[in-house]
Design a protein around this ligand. Sequence first.
Ligand code: A3P
Length: 296
Amino acid sequence: DSRPLVRYERIWLPVMLFRPILTSQKHFKAEGTDIILTTMPKSGTTWLKALTFSIANRNVFSIHQSPLLSYNPHTLVPFLEYTIYRDQDNPELENIPRPRIFSTHMPFKILPDSIRESECRIIYICRNPLDQFVSHYHFMLQNKIEKDAIPLELDEVFDMFCQGIQPFGPFWDHMLGYWNAHLKNPQKVLFLKYEDLKQDISSHIKKIAEFIGFPFSAEEENQGMIEQISRLCSFENLKNLEVNKSGYFIGSIKNSSFFRKGEVGDWVNHLTPAMAERVKNLTETKFQGSGLVFKM
Ligand code: A3P
């Protein structure tokens, strides 16, 4: 099948990830101390991985010797759906230091049962649909992962986006799934927005640390630990590291393609006011009554 996306449970999944997702659904055994980072692609996954990894490991590696300086954040925090489990005991996952940190783009409703049922924590980060769309469009152009099947004209891809057709889409359903899970159990699901982190990273570093059970002591705060983590994980710092300027994450996906502009509102440079209006209206309709809002 040459189509790049397949529809499963009303979700558009990349064909190449369909089997791995089913396998991880069946075999992944979450542990109570696991931390699962969940996102729609292009919503701040790389940033959240760097932050969570640094927060959870701050007593293992000093900031100056952080593995983030020599490894791409996606190497340090693996995607569940890219990790194919060889057998039910996941031997390769046994030796990972605790807490284990994984990430996934799976919508809440198709997460492995063990994630929902165990005590493990979920951190979701999302981003306004206009910037997510623009970021994803550039990511596709850069990596040409879907060159044979997806028409790469912006208008056409935009139209598909509005119909919910994009990897792990529809966009709005993805967010609502985690938003509702957060409302139901805020101890289990932390719900973050990219725009809020851009506005005030320090308070969010504290929030993440508290949520995963690694709060900062007064001494750490006085020593400037939060600022150090913020600087280490900043767009400018990560983008300019040698490891992120070269090499490949997986297949044809370049490490550098995870670092483009890192700004809020870049959509104005790519979308017409009419396109933006269409997405704003769609978003208002989809989120009506949910309590979820985006400043766009
Ligand atoms: P842009 O394409 O708008 O620049 P993901 O990590 O989910 O794939 O999302 C990628 C988006 O996050 C890209 O957005 C990328 O530039 C931005 N990004 C990557 N690292 C970041 C960081 N440390 N801080 C802020 N934004 C970051």
